[in-house]
Design a protein around this ligand. Structure first.
Ligand code: FAD
Length: 660
């Protein structure tokens, strides 16, 4: 249906309309606005032949989705200044949870954030939201995603294999450009390395020492964009480097000043040298013996698995279809031998299907070579897997609000002790391993190394009995010749196109996922001859964006979704019940994860929607039966499934418990 109203062109159409429940998928696109501003600041519907240098244009649209919790409007405005050749663009993303009556009122505070959006363009955004059509239900869930696949009439523009930071980043980028994207993840989103990082959005002080200035500058910029686009999940943190030798203060002081300067306008805070007293103010539980002082600098910290699930929601809002628990078992090729699709298997039912695509992106991290070998059995391996381990303790081991950074451990690595979700996270190691697995196990020598190193710096030396959780992750490092250890391998990302046309993106860091995705989509789109569309993720806000999330207390990591979780509690007070005295998680979070975040197993909920397993494995085990009950009622599990789910979780969780 095309409607012309108030001088705005509205193309309105409805996908898959179903009336009642939030389990149905429906989307209204309420208008693509296209205005060009003439010199006199007047809105004109007519497109000038060629805009002059000082003119600007705006285009964009809004999508309405609705669930049991109210309407949900995602609006994107691209403001372009200057000639098309210059293509200077800014993209404005507005996300609002609205109810039908308060829709107009509620959009205003969101608009307030767009101070620099010129007045006529604000009007466009308001218009687009006001004139949206009737409410229909939609929600991010697996049944709807399946329906999208089954009813997809043609080849996808892009299929992405792998639902970690890299793959989901690629899906966001491609969908936000307007490409038609399918992402398939063999397990849960973030089951691989992306939930097992040190949780630092950082430039990497260590890479500065290695002289990789380019990587540091890129990562510092991305760190700034992450904070800007996901302030509910990323925050700045003070890191203190304790000094024990006379030369350390000037040496680290200077290096960290350079680190700060390289961040430019994306800086997080001023680094400086600290006296002994100031160092102890930051870190009251630091060993004082031989301590001369320290140096403080600022980096970012985030919750990796939670950021990932919000990125999945962002990709979905941009139009991507994403499925967890679907393994890509093979690749299909056309008559010329070019990859033109995938063979996939639904891990839950065992059902197999094929999907074709103009380009397939391999974002399987440490497993990249396995998929490359499926495309080309003679492919030369690219990945050198390296394992890193973290231990989690009570917060009393690291008092204060700052982190410790040990720049040189006995094996020449960096070690961090960081306050995280009311606990102390210590890591990591860098141990070359032969093959990657989805559930890597910490080695004894790695655990002993972390305990011994932490004991050198903390007044209360941690022991095995103090470990609340131990987890390991695998770095998908890219092979290089002449490099002796994995710690010395570059953290730069690599985009490799095999002769079969399979695009592999690997290496890099969590922090740089957005930039990696931009590079990858540029390459993949060119290879597939997709129509050229610029990247719009620099200012794309991540789902749940909330500028003052701290006010949401223990639900802060959900950003604006926290209001919806509170509404669940309003309708059923029993859902406010804590699942364990040692952790802040309540029953409503389990319901939310199953309904709206595609949690399919007890492990998904306890490891990646909440972080219980990573914070306190024994507490997570104790919470599991209650979580299984709630999920059984949400997902319709029978007793056999519930029992199997619990057994599977206990099996995995035993890897996170450290025995004396
Ligand atoms: C110990 C450690 C600490 C780190 N700390 C930091 C840090 O503090 N900051 C930072 O910026 N970076 C950090 N990193 C790096 C960062 O975590 C990784 O670069 C990033 O998570 C890699 O993401 P990925 O998507 O490439 O891989 P993964 O997260 O492993 O995702 C790959 C996915 O592909 C899926 N897959 C594989 N095969 C198939 C198939 N056939 N079909 C479907 N799906 C498939 C897997 O199940 C997996 O989920 C750390 C890494 C490690 C190991």
């Amino acid at each position: 249906m095309d409607v012309a109203q108030d001088g705005i062109e509205h193309r309105t159409y409805q996908e898959d309309k179903e009336d009642n429940s939030y389990r149905t998928s429906s989307v209204w696109r309420i208008g693509t606005l296209r205005y060009w501003r003439n010199q006199g600041n007047n809105l004109s519907k007519r497109r000038p032949a060629l805009p002059a240098e000082d003119e600007s244009s705006i285009s964009g649209g809004a999508t309405l989705r609705a669930g049991p919790f109210g309407d949900y409007v995602s609006t994107r405005i691209v403001h372009q200044r200057g000639s098309y050749a210059l293509q200077r663009r800014r993209c404005y993303q507005a996300l609002a949870l609205l109810d039908r009556r308060s829709r107009f009122r509620d959009i205003l505070p969101i608009m307030a954030g767009y101070d620099d959006l010129p007045f006529p363009h604000r009007q466009c955004l308001l218009h687009s939201v006001r004139s949206e059509p009737d409410r229909i239900s939609a929600s991010m869930n697996r049944a709807d995603m399946w329906r999208r696949i089954e009813t997809h009439p043609k080849a996808w523009d892009m299929i992405v294999v792998g639902g970690g930071a890299t793959g989901v980043g690629v899906a966001i980028d491609a969908a936000a450009r307007g490409y038609d994207v399918l992402l398939l993840e063999q397990s849960d989103f973030g089951k691989g390395t992306s939930s097992r990082s040190t949780k630092l959005a950082h430039g990497g002080v260590r890479y500065l020492e290695q002289g990789n200035i380019g990587l540091v500058m890129e990562a510092l910029k991305e760190r700034g964009l992450l904070l800007q686009n996901a302030p509910h999940l990323v925050h700045d943190l003070a890191f203190v480097v304790p000094n024990y030798d006379w030369w350390e203060a000037p040496f680290y002081g200077l290096g960290l000043k350079l680190y700060q300067l390289l961040a430019g306008k994306y800086g997080f805070g001023t680094s400086r040298i600290l006296s002994r007293e100031e160092t102890l103010e930051h870190l009251p539980s630091l060993k004082t013996e031989g301590l001369r002082g320290g140096a403080v600098y600022y980096d970012g910290q985030f919750d990796d698995a939670r950021l990932l699930i919000h990125m999945v929601a962002t990709a979905f809002e941009q139009g991507a279809t994403l499925l967890n628990y679907v393994e890509v078992s093979g690749l299909t090729k056309d008559a010329q031998g070019f990859v033109d699709g995938v063979r996939a298997r639904d891990v839950e039912t065992g059902g197999e299907f094929r999907a074709s695509a103009k380009v397939v992106v391999n974002a399987t991290g440490a497993f990249s070579d396995l998929l490359r070998l499926k495309a080309e059995p003679s492919a030369t391996p690219m990945i050198v897997p390296s394992q890193g381990v973290h231990l989690v303790f009570e917060s009393s081991f690291l008092q204060g609000e700052s982190a410790v950074m040990v720049p040189h451990t006995s094996d020449g690595r960096v070690l961090f002790a960081i306050p995280w979700h009311g606990h102390t996270l210590v890591g990591t190691t860098d141990t070359a391993i032969a093959t990657a697995t989805l559930e890597p196990i910490a080695m004894e020598q790695e655990i002993e190394f972390i305990l011994a190193t932490a004991g050198q710096y903390l007044t209360k030396a941690p022991t095995r009995d103090d470990v609340l959780s131990v987890f390991a992750g695998i770095r998908p490092l890219v092979r290089a010749t002449g490099v002796a250890s994995t710690a010395a391998l570059s953290r730069d990302h690599v985009i490799h196109i095999d002769r079969s046309g399979l695009v592999t993106i690997c290496g890099g860091k969590w922090t740089t996922y957005r930039h990696m995705a931009e590079d990858c989509v540029d390459q993949a789109a060119t290879l597939a001859q997709l129509s050229e569309k610029p990247c719009v993720t620099h200012h794309l806000r991540i789902h749940g964006f909330h500028g003052a999330a701290k006010e949401l207390g223990s639900l802060a990591v959900y950003g604006s979704d926290a209001y919806e979780i509170r509404k669940l509690i309003e309708t059923d007070a029993g859902l406010s019940e804590r699942l364990h005295a040692a952790l802040p998680y309540v029953k409503a979070e389990v319901v939310w994860a199953a309904r709206h975040e595609m949690a399919r197993t007890v492990e998904d909920t306890l490891a990646r929607r909440t972080r219980a397993l990573f914070l306190n494995a024994r507490a997570a085990l104790a919470m599991a039966p209650a979580v299984a009950d709630l999920m059984a009622s949400e997902l319709g599990w029978d007793e056999v499934t519930r029992t199997k789910q619990l057994a599977a979780f206990r099996d995995v969780a035993s890897n996170y418990v450290l025995h004396s």
